[in-house]
Design a protein around this ligand. Structure first.
Ligand SMILES: [Zn+2]
Length: 160
């Protein structure tokens, strides 16, 4: 079993278990992997980042008395909505930073993305960092050819 951190096109972050990476690919292509928040089947593997240390860790490691109502440090599946929102906000901020980095350092090839990725893969173009637009069909075709192209989900507040 393998656990993937996923995100939908609206930026909702969630996690799901799969038998293996092939199983994820198959289910994703078939549209069986959907966002629990909005039901979108346009999901992608999240870009992973180290768990950001919380200020809570500076507390003494002694167990808190039972009568002290302290919030849980680690999120659980039944975590309150506020905590999920906090994690979602942190994820969106991370996504924004990654997108900014890609936009600043990679060449925008626009709708020629699939074509350029294929040319680079075949050695017809110099290998470089690129980004651009690809249809789901193009992305699937690239994946079948063994060309890795991870989509950066768009954020709703970035649409003009
Ligand atoms: Zn969603």
């Amino acid at each position: 079993m393998i656990r993937y951190a996923l995100a939908c096109e609206a930026g909702h972050a969630f996690e799901s278990w799969f038998r293996d990476s092939e199983s994820f690919d198959t289910q994703q292509k078939a549209g069986f992997v959907t966002c629990p928040a909005c039901g979108s089947a346009k999901v992608a593997k999240q870009i992973m980042a180290p768990n950001v240390a919380r200020t809570d860790r500076d507390r003494p490691a002694l167990p808190a008395p039972a009568e002290t109502a302290s919030p849980p440090v680690e999120p659980t599946p039944s975590a309150p909505v506020a905590l999920l929102t906090e994690r979602e906000a942190a994820f969106r901020e991370l996504l924004r930073a990654v997108r900014r980095h890609v936009v600043e350092t990679a060449e925008n090839v626009g709708p020629r993305f699939a074509e350029e990725a294929r040319r680079m893969h075949d050695g017809l173009s110099e290998f470089r960092a690129i980004y651009g637009e690809a249809t789901l069909e193009e992305a699937m075709a690239l994946a079948e050819e063994g060309i890795e192209a991870l989509p950066l989900p768009s954020l709703p507040d970035e649409h003009n």
